[in-house]
Write a protein that binds this ligand. Sequence first.
Ligand code: NAD
Ligand code: WQD
Length: 345
Amino acid sequence: MGKKILVTGATGYIGSHTVVELQQSGYQVIAVDDLSNSTEKIMDLVSKISGRRPFFEKLDLSDEPAIRAFFAEHSDISGVIHFAAFKAVGESVEFPLKYYRNNLFGLINLLNCMQEHHIGHLVFSSSCTVYGEPDKLPVNEKAPVKKALSPYGNTKQISEEIIEDTCGVSDLKAISLRYFNPIGAHESGLIGELPIGVPNNLVPFITQTAIGKRSKLKVFGQDYNTPDGTCIRDYIHVTDLAKAHVVAVKRMLENQGESRYEIFNLGTGKGYSVLETIKAFEKVSKVKLNYEITERRPGDVPKVWADTTYANLKLGWKAEKGLEEMMASAWKWEKNLASGILEQI
Ligand code: NAD
Ligand code: WQD
């Protein structure tokens, strides 16, 4: 049996894909989630893909007595991948304390328990949002962290600082992974992104419009200083992203890190505009998308894409899947959702 890895936020979008990759790499997974933005049914679908059901417990990391009781039962954990957090940028502006409470208390409780039980390896979900509007593109890990544009973004910046400070005074080793724009779904079509209510992000909005759940996609602005006037992002396939977590865990468990705390960008290194993304979707789905150009969305950065040199070199990891593969997998998942994949469990 492989080493035990605790995955928090395991029934969520990126967490569920990472559980599959961990299992397929021989690790034992202990999965926890408070199910505030996901459903336990995802564990059934994960089991269908991997052929093995991970241990799952419903746990709110911000509940200190509950997390203490959990660690008292499961102290033989070798490493932790911490996904659990609230992630809606707009909601965080409206309810900042909800975000600071959940995302920071959760992390602090987790770090306290890890210290008490001598669990010394952490992979943390960070975000390219910490770069704000970068001065230079592509953006590398040495670029300055800019003042956060939202409480959500600020929780990522503060979390990184909490982790770095803890690494400085304890046995903890940690890796923060700064994701660019994760999209797509598992090739099986059994797991994918599950937005509750109206999606904030581009790709679920595209697939929900194409399937008929939404009448029209709004393209937020065509007057940016980019070749076609729409914003540019570095979209990365969620499976490529999930694989990077397995590499990061292994790097720490095998003592290959160059310092106690490391940071890596996870992107493809290529930027695509909103219109290019729509075109790629139309090509693979053969569906003509109903969209209109509207006003800019406040707070949107015009263009950002990753310098992935450091991750490619040090992690020996590279994103492999292209934009069309990302869109095709997202579409397969949306069609499976429409045909009732979750209700049939
Ligand atoms: P998600 O909402 O699908 O998954 C997060 C999971 O955490 C959910 O299942 C939710 O129920 C759970 N959770 C929230 N608070 C919890 C708590 N207190 N205790 C236990 N579980 C809790 O989101 P995701 O897209 O999979 O994101 C995973 C992580 O990656 C988050 O930390 C997010 O901020 C970060 N991230 C996401 C993106 C993105 O675009 N999806 C980009 C950069 C960083
Ligand atoms: C992508 C592009 C929009 C919806 C967000 C968070 C960020 C990170 C990733 C967690 C932008 C445009 C979108 C729509 C559109 N999450 N768009 N119509 O804003 O790059 O990043 O998710 O850390 O913190 O802010 O992603 O998918 O919302 O937008 O035109 O209906 O699509 O303007 O240019 P974003 P997104």
